[in-house]
Design a protein around this ligand. Structure first.
Ligand code: ATP
Length: 356
């Protein structure tokens, strides 16, 4: 198979166990060249383990990994390429810079490993440092830099050798929120400019949505859904994915002769649901509006309200239930107000069956 025709990364049936503990189960995906895949999930779901398998820091218990058509790990066949032979750039949460080396020497390291001559090395290091805005700081030690600057050095080091694949492991989690936002923009710019193929681990959905072409939402060692960010928001595959992504309120529903009611209440949503007697309904925060309550229709009590400049961020409890919904409203509402909740039926998302 020619490497041009191959996806940048192909993973099949990947699993990892430590003794009886299964950490990853049957993970599979492809990343096209020039695409960014985000691995998004809560702490402990296996994101870092998956990245370590891709990097060659761990060997899988089952399955295979191909990078540009080359098999780099195969549990059954025994193939295993070490990290330095996989053509990767890596950016870690803790920067992982060598404290005794200058910024320029840190960035030059991957080129040295590849035997690039000194003159070319200097030019490429200079260009990479310029690209991340650190051209003036080449002679400094990492300890004399801020956290954001150190992470820029790590970025420059990851891209300087134009790797086939860049792996990011929560690269921004040590930075303060404002700097994080700026760095997301910078990483997005670098990825686009160099046409990088990247896999980006994060537990922050804003980062994942901002950077990724595809997002793998992970839960308990499996990929719960793999889709472009927009599709995750409009078509979450399960109530769990919807809840993890904070898309709105997932309500248990019961079919009655008068239509679908929110379980335990007299409020009906007036929409076609799935077949069966029980289901769950996602009322999405992004398209639910407040208004005057209508008898027999969903309503909620305002628990919290926050002015956000262009409107209000409201938290409401659906009446007669413990379920809360957060939404943005151009209309002011006071804590304790009872308001009607209106969502176009086409924006609601149904999941067949009752909660487990
Ligand atoms: N060496 C090990 N032996 C046994 N279990 C391990 C080992 N390393 C990791 N685990 C377990 O594997 C699971 C996945 O860990 P991993 O670090 O991949 O999760 P994560 O999604 O990256 O979490 P975080 O966001 O907190 O870093 C966790 O339950 C962890 O306790």
């Amino acid at each position: 198979m020619s490497s041009e025709a191959s996806p940048a990364v192909r993973v099949r049936g990947l699993g990892l166990s430590y003794g009886p503990a299964r950490i990853l189960h049957d993970v599979g995906f492809e990343v096209a060249q020039g695409e960014v895949l985000a691995l998004l999930g809560p702490s402990g779901c296996g994101k870092t383990t998956l990245l370590q398998l891709l990097a060659g820091l761990l060997a899988p218990t089952t399955g295979q990994i191909d990078i540009r058509g080359r098999r780099v790990a195969d549990a059954a066949g025994g193939a295993f390429l070490p990290p330095e032979a996989r053509g990767l750039g890596m950016v870690f949460q803790d920067y992982a810079l060598w404290p005794h080396m200058s910024v320029a020497d840190n960035v030059a390291f991957p080129l040295e490993m590849r035997g690039v001559p000194a003159r070319e090395r200097r030019a490429r290091v200079g260009a990479a440092l310029e690209r991340v805005g650190l051209g003036q700081l080449a002679g400094r030690r990492p300890s004399d830099l801020s956290g954001g600057q150190q992470q820029r050095v790590a970025l420059a080091r990851a891209i300087v050798a134009e790797p086939q694949l860049v792996l990011f492991d929560e690269p921004l989690s040590n930075l303060d929120p404002e700097l994080r936002e700026a760095m997301v923009g910078e990483i997005g710019g670098l990825v686009a400019q160099f046409g990088l193929t990247a896999i980006y681990v994060t537990h922050d959905r804003t980062e994942a949505f901002a950077l990724a072409d595809q997002v793998a939402v992970m839960r308990a060692g499996r990929i719960a859904q793999l889709a472009p960010p927009q599709a995750l928001v409009t078509e979450p595959a399960s109530p769990e994915v919807a809840e993890f992504l904070h898309l709105g309120c997932v309500l248990p529903m019961r079919r009655t002769p008068d239509g679908w009611r929110i379980a335990g209440t007299a409020m009906s949503v007036g929409a076609e649901g799935p077949s069966g007697r029980e289901a769950r309904l996602l009322l999405p925060g992004r398209s639910t509006r407040i208004g005057t309550p209508v008898e027999g229709r969903p309503a909620g009590e305002v628990l919290r309200t926050r002015f956000r400049g262009d409107g209000y961020a409201l938290t409401l409890r659906i009446l007669d239930t413990p379920f809360e919904i957060q939404l943005a409203s151009p209309v002011r509402a006071a804590v304790g107000d009872v308001v009607g909740l209106f969502c176009p039926p086409e924006d609601m998302r149904w999941f067949a069956g009752a909660a487990a």
